[in-house]
Design a protein around this ligand. Sequence first.
Ligand SMILES: Cc1cc2nc3c(=O)[nH]c(=O)nc-3n(C[C@H](O)[C@H](O)[C@H](O)COP(=O)(O)OP(=O)(O)OC[C@H]3O[C@@H](n4cnc5c(N)ncnc54)[C@H](O)[C@@H]3O)c2cc1C
Length: 407
Amino acid sequence: MALKPGERVVIVGCGPVGMVLTLALYRKGIPVTLLERADAPIEDQRAAAIQPSSLEMLAELGITDEIHQRGLISPTFHYRDRASGELVAEFDFSTLDDMTDFPYVIQYEQFKLVETIIREIGETPDVALRFSCEVTGHVQDSEGVEISFSNEIGEMESIRTPWVVGCDGFSSVVRQAAEIDFVGFTYPEKFVKIGSDFDFQEAGQALCIRNFFSDPGEWCNLFKVNGYGPPGIWRTVFPVPADEPDEECLSHEGVQARLQKFFPKDGDYNIIYTGLYHVHQRVAESFRKGRVVVAGDAAHVNNPIGGLGMNGGIHDAVALGDRLSKVAAGAPAELLDLYSRQRHKAQMDGVQATSIANKKLMEATDPAIRREQLDAVRATAENPAKARAYCLNAALYTSLEKANAVI
Ligand SMILES: Cc1cc2nc3c(=O)[nH]c(=O)nc-3n(C[C@H](O)[C@H](O)[C@H](O)COP(=O)(O)OP(=O)(O)OC[C@H]3O[C@@H](n4cnc5c(N)ncnc54)[C@H](O)[C@@H]3O)c2cc1C
């Protein structure tokens, strides 16, 4: 059903996925109202890795110049053995330069991606960004959806739209109000992220910008981002056992002990930020129910090893921008079911499968299994054809190919 004059698509959530979708619809001339509960875009320090496949999509939307200027280009990533420090395998996205203009990851914090898009859209009557607006529920009928939210002055308001898209993250009210099941599991342990300005690379560790340290006791991921630098920030991510109290983990002593155990040095680490996260593998049973659609973390969540979650959400947003703009122009609404089937497939076979395998590689405790896994990843890196296939999967090209094969 085509949008009537004055009607707007409503997007809930001003995270990276909500904003990429807003930009995709704006480029197609579809008017959008976006509702965000925070009073301004959130300085969220979770995602940073933007994969080559996502860079191609963001280039189509015209925003990669700023991402290149402000981000850190990272063609390679390393698997290391934490105990010995040995470099087990290096993968190099440069080998994909025959198929993409972007044969690298760019480390660009997710809040900067949101900032870039808000700047790109600028002031226009076609996009209304409404902050301090928390959605509390919705009711749909055959013609549209009535969305309830508390507005900028704390009063309850409702808005009617032909289509609402929940980009409102893991606890999505939009998904829950539509009674869409979120199928999967939650890991018992949490993950802690610690940002420090200590330069691990300069400390002589022969690191690249994205490093995965496997360890049966405590694995670690180590990445660099620009922050407000240069010189930039090194982020470490560690697992936190279920019985470790949050306050202990995030205390000065707890944070210093974790970093000193990982890389002993004189004096305290200077800490820029920390974050403690529950980690899940869950996918919505469907990404569409009637006039309600979900995308990004509202539709799927995964552990962050490999830097895939936000990228899967960017892929959702671009696919949905295309389908929804056609539906808003009068194409059959079944196009949204195609979106749902394709992106569900991309999640199950791509992001979920890969992130679960990545975590297993990091944490295997049985020495024989651990040796077997590390030998396998080393052998893959040493075989050019297998290394290319590995890179295509890590960069989410394989998931896109599988999704596009779904009809
Ligand atoms: C430690 C860590 C590291 C990560 N690193 C990476 C990485 O390098 N690469 C990668 O691809 N992914 C990564 N991820 C995953 C990534 O952070 C998420 O996939 C991404 O933030 C999802 O974006 P989103 O826009 O769907 O949701 P969110 O970023 O969660 O945004 C949701 C928005 O909706 C708003 N909202 C929520 N409820 C309401 C409501 N009721 N009404 C109005 N507004 C509402 C919120 O305030 C928020 O602004 C990482 C995750 C973690 C935990």
